[in-house]
Design a protein around this ligand. Structure first.
Ligand code: 5AD
Ligand code: SF4
Length: 448
């Protein structure tokens, strides 16, 4: 009992869905090694911050949070260990070491070592950093932390080979590696047996998923599984599990994937397809490997093969050398696509990236922010335009929980990943409800 008390850990998550998924791997590793998951930060004596460094703002949030938490170190009779895991840039790593406000750092390829690292830190050995290469965690069953026990994430690839010039991910998460498909399918089956109804397959670029296996067999010499094969196998093996995936890189999305999505009702009809910019000049500077024309023809193909598919985006404003006419190109692309929703950011230069080293961050911050506001306002209009089409329609909604605004209402999502809220009746979390849409905002459908 006493042993457990000294190993109570708490993880605070920052950043993307991949970090949530990683926290589940870390939790699984720590539980196996005798650690106990603490529900509250104050009770824990091992505090882990799963950091994000994709934009400067995210790193500043981590810094601030760590400073805020220092009071816990001063508590009497309790020795609190602080660790940062996840993605961090070299400057923040150096800052954390110099300031000595944490006990250790672990990068995303070294989570298998985390129990040893914490033990060392508890023994008083401090401030070290471990870096392994090529870890997929294929043999670790994640401890799914999502409280609703209905929807969850599963990583199928880690890292990224794309080297977009603005992006720190290839440096923090390393080269791309795919997990074993047998493990992925078994994990999906296990989750379904345990009551889960929806799984989101995660990767920085799921469309480049690839698994090769060679056999010393006369008949089958080689097996190659790509993302379309993987989707097909999961959808076929577990027909009542909803399947989502994120993120798709326009450069790698194949017709085969689109056909599999259209064939299976349990694969959700939504594609997150970051465009980043509508200007060919900027796409080239970003090393995105597609043109505006190719992107638009992919959108056309999606709408032809899967007419009901919703599409969302990521866009960056104010990238290096972005002029007013490039910004106008982004606006005109948005007007052509009329996305269902999107995530928008102004460019922040990240240490180590090509853009940081070789290009000038020469768009003034007020211009970056002005352009960002313009595209956010435009996206709101487009979202509302798309949402209005649902009025009067009946949507199939997986109930995920109680609405945050009103406990008399459920909230869930339809196949297109649009949030729907509606009054509770004789249904429960995990049920499918058929909801008639009566009202809408730009982000939520309301029905009965
Ligand atoms: N500055 C601003 N936004 C960025 N993103 C990635 N790197 C940066 C950066 N340096 C955005 C991209 C990506 C999303 C996850 O974050 O739009 O698709
Ligand atoms: Fe970053 Fe580009 Fe890889 Fe996405 S595809 S993680 S933006 S390098």
């Amino acid at each position: 009992m006493k042993k457990n008390k000294t190993k109570l850990f708490y993880i605070e998550n920052y950043g993307c869905q991949m970090n949530v998924s990683d926290s589940e791997i870390i939790t699984s590793i720590l539980l196996k090694n005798g650690y106990v998951l603490s529900e509250s930060l104050e009770k824990a004596n091992i505090i882990l911050l799963n950091a994000c460094s994709i934009r400067e703002k995210a790193e500043l949030t981590i810094k601030k949070r760590l400073e805020q938490l220092q009071y816990l170190k001063k508590e009497k009779d309790k020795k609190t260990i602080f660790g940062v895991v996840g993605c961090f840039s070299i400057p923040i790593k150096n800052f954390l070491f110099k300031e000595k406000i944490i006990d250790f750092l672990v990068n995303p390829d070294s989570y298998k070592e985390i129990s040893n690292i914490i033990s060392y830190a508890m023994m008083g050995k401090k401030y070290f950093f471990i870096e392994n290469k090529n870890e997929t965690y294929a043999d670790i069953i994640p401890f799914h932390l999502n409280k609703n026990k209905i929807t969850t994430f599963l990583s199928i690839t880690r890292g990224c080979n794309n080297m977009c010039t603005f992006c720190i991910v290839p440096f923090t998460r390393g080269r791309e590696k795919s997990s074993n498909p047998y493990f992925i399918i078994n994990e999906c089956k296990r989750l379904y047996k345990n009551g889960y109804k929806e799984i989101t397959l995660l990767g920085q670029n799921v469309d480049s998923y690839r698994w090769n296996e060679n056999f010393l067999n006369e008949n089958i010499k080689k097996i190659e599984i790509d993302f379309s094969n993987l989707l097909y196998l999961i959808a076929k093996e577990i027909p009542f599990m909803r399947i989502r995936f994120s993120t798709s890189n326009p450069h790698d999305m194949s017709d085969k994937v689109l056909k599999v999505i259209s064939k299976f009702p349990n694969i959700c009809k939504h594609i997150h397809l970051p465009v980043q910019s509508g200007s060919n000049k900027i796409l080239k500077l970003m090393n995105r490997k597609y043109t505006r024309e190719k992107y638009l023809s992919l959108i056309h193909k999606i709408k032809t093969i899967i007419p009901e598919c919703s599409i969302s985006h990521d866009i960056i404003t104010g990238f290096c050398n972005e002029e007013e006419k490039d910004h106008k190109d982004t606006i005109s692309l948005m007007n052509e696509v009329k996305y269902n929703y999107g995530y928008m950011f102004y460019y922040s230069s990240r240490p180590g990236t090509y853009a940081y080293r070789k290009l000038k961050d020469n768009v003034p911050i007020n211009v970056k922010k002005k352009r960002l506001k313009e595209i956010i306002d435009l996206q709101k209009k487009h979202s509302f335009f798309r949402m209005k089409k649902y009025l009067g329609e009946v949507q199939e909604v997986l109930i995920e929980g109680e609405s945050k605004k009103d406990s008399q209402y459920w909230y869930g999502r339809n196949t297109q990943n649009i949030v729907v809220v509606f009054p509770k009746k004789n249904n429960k979390i995990g049920d499918i409800a058929f909801v008639k849409i009566t009202k809408t905002t730009s982000a939520t459908l309301i029905g009965k």
